[in-house]
Write a protein of this length. Structure first.
Length: 724
C-alpha cells in the first residue's frame, strides 16, 4: 500500500512539474507576442497595421464589420458584399475568410479587440506549433524548442507582413508548423493521425491566403515524400503504402472540409481579373539575396530591376541571433541537419524568382506557380526551417556547456531564450506599424456628405479617395473597389465608364488617374452611380457640380438610371449594346432592397429588357411574376430579363449553388472526421514494430543518419528530459 501511495505521489509530482513547464512555455510565447505588438495591447484604440494602404483597414475591417452587422441584425452570414467593386461574392473573397472559424470571434468583440485577439492568438499559435514540432519531431528539450518557437513567431518577415495589414498571410503561415507536425505524425501512425492532419489542411486553406496555402501544400508534399522514403527504407514498402494511404485520406478530408470556401473561390477566380494573363517578373539576384539574409533592413526597390516594391516583401533575414544558432547547428550536427539545409537551398532558389534557373524550370512544371505576386513569400517555409536549426543549435550549445560545467546550464538556457526574444523584438521594432484606429475608421466629412447625397445610389471616386470601410459604415455602395479578385466583366465595364484603359491583372478600380481621364456620366448612370467625387474638375455636362469638401469636388450624376430600369431590345431582339441603349420611360418601384434580394414592381406598354444595375454573377436568380426567368447580359455585365407589356413583379435573389454544394461536401468531410475519430477511439490496433521499440521522438524522420545513430540521439534526448 505504501508503495502504491509513493508511486501516486511521484506521478502527481511529475504531472505538476510538466504542467508548470508547459504553462511557463506558453506564457513565454504570450509575452513575446505582446512585446511584438507593443503598445497596442495596453491601449484601447491601437492596433498594428495602421498605415496608408493597409489591407487591414482597406479590406479586412470593412468585411469583418459587414459579417458582424449582418449576423447581429439578420442572424445569418452575408454571402454577397454590395458595398465595393459594384458588388462581389463575400463567400468567395479570400480577404473575408467567412468560413474560417476564428473569424467568428467578431460576433463577441468590438472590431478593435477582435483584431487584437486574432493577431495575438495567431502569433502565439504559430509559436506553439513550432514548439511542439521541435519537441516531437526533433526530440529537443523544452528550452531549445522554445528558442525555435520564438524564432518562428517573431521572424521579421512575418511581422513585416503583419504591419502591411496582411492578416490572412499571418493566419495561413501560423498553420505551417502544425501541418509539418501532423504530416510527421500521420506517416508514423496513419490510422491515428490522418483525420487530424486533414483538419489542419482544411484550416490552413480556410485561413484565407491562396498563395501561402499553395506554398504550405508544396512544403507538405515535399516533407511527405521525404518521410515516406525514410519509412520505406526503415520498415519496408507495406508500411510506406499504409502511410501513403493515410496521407491521401488526410488530403481528401482537408479538401472536403474546405469545400464550402474552395468551390465559391474557384467560381470567382475564373471570372475575376486574376484569370487574365499574369506572369510574375520578380527577381532576386543571388548576391542581393545573400546580403539580405544578414541585413536588418529590406533593400530599396530601385537597387535592381524586378526588386520587391514594398519593404515587407524584401525582408529575408531570420534575425542575426537565429542565423548564428542555425550556423552552429550546421557546424556541430551536420549529419543530422543537412536535409534542412538542402530544403532551405531549394526554397531560396524558388524565392529568387526569375533570376533562378531552378525557379524557371519549376514554373513550367507546377500549375500557376508563376502567377503569384511576391515570389519571395515562399521564404516563409525556409524561415520555419531556420527556426528549427536555431533550436538544434541551442541544444548543441547547451550540451557543450554541460560537458564543460553542468552547473548553470538551466540559467544559460533561459538566458539564450531571452537573448533570442529580445534580439528579434528589437529587429522587428517598427515593422508592426502600431497606430490609432479611430482616425482611420471614422467617416470623414467628405464621406458623410457624399453618402447623404447619393441615397441608395453608388459613389464613384475618381481618385479612389472614398475608403471602403466608410462605404460599409455608411451603408453606401461604391462603384470603386480594391480586391485581389475583382469581377473581370465589371472591371472592363468600369474602364469604359471611368474613361481610362488598363490591361492585364487589375485589382483596383479605377486603375489610375490623370488629367486625361474623364468619366462617362451615362455609362456610370447605367450602373446606378448617383454621385461622383473628384479632386479635379470633370467635363461631362451630365455631371452637375453641387459642392466641395476638403478640396474634393462633389458631382451629382443626373444620368443616374436608378437601381433598375427598362430598355428597348437591340436590333437582334437581344439586350442592346451600350451604343444602342434606349431607356423606356417606365415607373420602376423597389419593394425590397437587400444585399441578397431585390424585388421590383413595374409597368410597361411595350416589350423590353428589365436591367438591374449591378454586375451579373452566378447564383443570382430572377423570378418574374412567380416564374423563373432566364437572365441575359447587357454590355456583358448587366443582368437583363426579357419582359412583355403589362404590370410585373420581379425578384432577384442571390442563392449560390456553389455554397450549397460546398456546404454539403464540407458536411461529408466533417462526418468523415468524426467517424474516423470514433473508430480510432473504439478500435485500438496493436502498436507497430517501430512504435513498440521506441515511443519517444523519432529524429530519423528528418535525418539522413543511419538508424542506430538516430536511436542514440533520440535516447540522449529522452535522458535529458528524465534528468530535468
Amino acid at each position: 500500500m505504501n508503495e502504491e501511495q509513493t508511486v501516486v505521489r511521484r506521478f502527481r509530482r511529475v504531472s505538476l512539474v510538466s504542467l508548470l513547464s508547459a504553462m511557463s512555455q506558453l506564457g513565454t510565447l504570450v509575452v513575446v507576442a505582446i512585446a511584438l505588438l507593443y503598445p497596442a495591447p495596453f491601449h484601447q484604440n491601437q492596433l498594428p497595421a495602421i498605415r496608408i494602404g493597409s489591407d487591414l483597414l482597406m479590406s479586412h475591417w470593412p468585411t469583418a464589420l459587414l459579417i458582424q452587422r449582418t449576423f447581429a441584425q439578420e442572424h445569418q452570414l452575408p454571402l454577397w458584399n454590395p458595398y465595393f467593386g459594384g458588388g462581389q461574392p463575400l463567400s468567395a473573397d479570400p480577404l473575408a475568410t467567412l468560413f474560417y472559424p476564428p473569424t467568428h470571434l467578431v460576433h463577441f468583440l468590438s472590431l478593435r479587440d477582435y483584431y487584437l485577439v486574432l493577431i495575438l492568438g495567431h502569433l502565439v499559435f504559430a509559436g506553439l506549433g513550432m514548439l511542439l514540432l521541435a519537441r516531437r519531431a526533433l526530440g529537443l528539450s523544452p528550452l531549445p524548442a522554445l528558442v525555435a518557437a520564438v524564432s518562428y513567431m517573431a521572424t521579421p518577415r512575418l511581422i513585416g507582413h503583419l504591419g502591411a495589414g496582411h492578416v490572412t498571410i499571418v493566419q495561413t503561415v501560423a498553420w505551417f508548423p502544425w501541418l509539418a507536425l501532423a504530416c510527421w505524425a500521420t506517416v508514423r501512425e496513419p490510422r491515428r493521425w490522418s483525420a487530424q492532419f486533414g483538419v489542419c489542411i482544411a484550416l490552413m486553406l480556410l485561413a484565407g491566403h491562396p498563395q501561402m496555402a499553395y506554398y504550405g501544400l508544396l512544403m507538405t508534399a515535399g516533407l511527405s515524400a521525404w518521410l515516406l522514403l525514410k519509412r520505406w527504407r526503415l520498415e519496408g514498402w507495406r508500411a510506406a503504402l499504409l502511410s501513403l494511404a493515410g496521407l491521401a485520406a488526410a488530403a481528401g478530408i482537408g479538401v472536403l472540409l474546405a469545400a464550402v470556401y474552395l468551390l465559391p473561390l474557384m467560381e470567382l477566380t475564373v471570372r475575376s481579373t486574376r484569370q487574365l494573363s499574369l506572369s510574375s517578373v520578380d527577381t532576386y539576384p543571388l548576391q542581393h539575396f545573400l546580403y539580405e539574409l544578414i541585413d536588418q533592413q529590406p533593400a530599396p526597390h530601385f537597387l535592381w530591376e524586378g526588386a520587391p516594391h514594398y519593404p515587407w516583401e524584401g525582408i529575408l533575414t531570420p534575425g542575426l541571433t537565429v542565423l548564428a544558432l542555425a550556423l552552429l547547428a550546421l557546424a556541430v550536427r551536420w549529419r543530422q541537419v543537412w536535409p534542412l539545409l538542402l530544403a532551405i537551398v531549394i526554397v531560396a532558389a524558388l524565392a529568387m524568382g526569375n533570376s533562378s534557373p531552378f525557379y524557371l524550370l519549376v514554373a513550367k512544371v507546377l500549375p500557376d506557380f508563376d502567377r503569384f505576386r511576391g515570389l519571395a513569400r515562399i521564404w516563409f517555409v525556409a524561415l520555419m526551417l531556420f527556426a528549427l536549426l536555431a533550436g538544434l543549435g541551442t541544444d548543441a550549445l547547451l550540451q557543450g556547456m554541460r560537458r564543460i560545467r553542468s552547473r548553470g546550464t538551466v540559467a544559460a538556457s533561459f538566458l539564450l531564450v531571452l537573448i533570442v526574444a529580445l534580439s528579434l523584438v528589437m529587429t522587428d521594432g517598427g515593422h508592426a506599424h502600431v497606430g490609432e484606429v479611430r482616425p482611420d475608421t471614422t467617416p470623414s466629412l467628405l464621406a458623410r456628405s457624399a453618402a447623404q447625397l447619393a441615397g441608395s445610389g453608388r459613389i464613384y471616386a475618381v481618385q479612389g479617395n472614398f475608403p471602403q470601410v466608410n462605404a460599409v459604415q455608411l451603408r453606401t455602395p461604391l462603384a470603386n473597389g480594391q480586391d485581389p479578385l475583382l469581377i473581370e466583366s465589371y472591371a472592363s465595364y468600369m474602364q469604359r465608364a471611368g474613361g481610362y484603359t488598363a490591361s492585364g491583372y487589375q485589382l483596383i478600380i479605377p486603375a489610375y488617374d490623370n488629367s486625361q481621364v474623364q468619366p462617362h456620366a451615362m455609362l456610370l448612370g447605367l450602373m446606378h452611380v448617383s454621385v461622383v467625387i473628384s479632386q479635379r474638375p470633370l467635363t461631362d455636362p451630365l455631371l452637375m457640380r453641387v459642392g466641395e469638401v476638403d478640396g474634393t469636388l462633389i458631382y451629382k450624376n443626373i444620368a443616374d438610371a436608378g437601381t433598375a430600369y427598362l430598355v428597348l431590345p437591340g436590333p437582334d431582339r437581344n439586350p442592346p449594346s451600350l451604343d444602342q441603349v434606349r431607356r423606356l420611360n417606365a415607373d420602376v418601384r423597389a419593394i425590397t432592397l437587400k444585399p441578397e434580394q431585390e424585388t421590383f414592381t413595374f409597368s410597361t406598354g411595350t416589350a423590353g429588357y428589365f436591367v438591374i444595375a449591378m454586375p451579373a454573377f452566378p447564383g443570382w436568380n430572377a423570378v418574374l411574376d412567380g416564374h423563373s426567368a432566364p437572365v441575359q447580359l447587357m454590355a456583358g455585365v448587366l443582368p437583363s430579363i426579357k419582359v412583355g407589356p403589362g404590370t410585373h413583379t420581379l425578384s432577384y435573389t442571390y442563392a449560390p449553388p456553389s455554397v450549397r454544394l460546398g456546404t454539403l461536401l464540407s458536411t461529408v468531410g466533417l462526418l468523415a472526421v468524426l467517424g474516423w475519430l470514433i473508430a480510432g477511439y473504439f478500435w485500438k490496433p496493436g502498436k507497430s514494430r517501430r512504435s513498440r521499440k521506441d515511443d519517444g521522438p523519432h529524429m530519423e524522420s528528418i535525418s539522413s543518419a543511419d538508424p542506430p545513430t538516430c536511436a542514440v540521439a533520440a535516447g540522449e534526448g529522452s535522458k535529458r528530459d528524465s534528468a530535468r
